[in-house]
Write a protein that binds this ligand. Structure first.
Ligand code: FES
Length: 231
């Protein structure tokens, strides 16, 4: 198999044909932050937190395949500030009250805010009023925390392949809808998977909370990205 040679921030890297920049970066010990991307799912390219520059042009690293001789800029001050701005926008667009959230310590948005040293967001808080849906048997939908990454839409299905989650409406009014009849058929394992695949605390398992104490969770133990950068 032909090996592709390229660089990220001057570091010589190699990739397999067809690998995206995110995949190849990870294989070479370089962390590029992602939010809507999830291992094993077709990339959506919607959140833009993974934006890098290739030949001076911004591209989504989770969808762009690596090409021979590609010169990728990743951890530049400009791109890091752009990523921090994306995180800040997501924080002000929803209601993310980390200290009271069951996902705290396992939340990718929170972990990225720490990584980018976010303090007060540069944008005004919107304080949206969105109803929380506790009517489903296994899960709680906390729409105030949803960042519309669509990971749940793309991944969670019934045994016969029907999607349980779906994007409803568009743009500023978009929200994730749940089919109540299909959601009623969710088994414990799939409900757990739905919670785990959500990068924030928008999908929570009912009756199973704080099983791992705050302080001992994934990003309490190691910052996001460190498992790739320490390779
Ligand atoms: Fe690439 Fe969201 S992770 S656009």
């Amino acid at each position: 198999m032909t090996e592709i040679k390229f660089t990220i921030d001057g570091k010589a890297c190699t990739a397999r044909p067809g690998q995206t920049i995110v995949e190849a970066a990870k294989a070479n010990g370089v962390y590029i932050p992602v939010l809507c991307r999830y291992e094993g799912l077709k990339p959506a390219g919607s959140c833009r937190i993974c934006t890098v520059r290739v030949g001076g042009r911004p591209v989504a690293a989770c969808t762009q395949p690596v090409a021979e001789g590609m010169v990728v800029e990743n951890a530049t001050p400009e791109l890091e500030d752009m990523r921090r701005a994306v995180v800040e926008m997501l924080f002000v667009e929803g209601n993310h009250l980390c200290p009271s959230c069951e996902k705290s310590g396992n939340c990718e948005l929170q972990a990225l805010a720490y990584r980018f040293r976010m303090l007060a967001p540069r944008f005004p808080f919107q304080w949206p009023l969105r109803a929380t849906d506790g009517s489903l048997p296994k899960i709680i939908m906390e729409h105030n925390r949803c960042i519309q990454c669509l990971r749940c839409v793309r991944s969670i299905r019934t045994e016969d392949g029907k999607g349980i989650f779906a994007a409803q409406e568009r743009a500023g009014r978009m929200r994730i809808g749940v089919d109540p009849e299909l959601a009623a058929r969710l088994d414990d394992e799939t409900a757990r998977k739905a919670m785990d695949i959500c990068p924030v605390g928008a999908i929570l398992r009912k009756e199973v909370g704080f099983a791992v104490p705050i302080g001992r969770r994934k990003f309490d133990r190691a910052p996001i990205g460190s498992e790739i950068e320490s390779k």
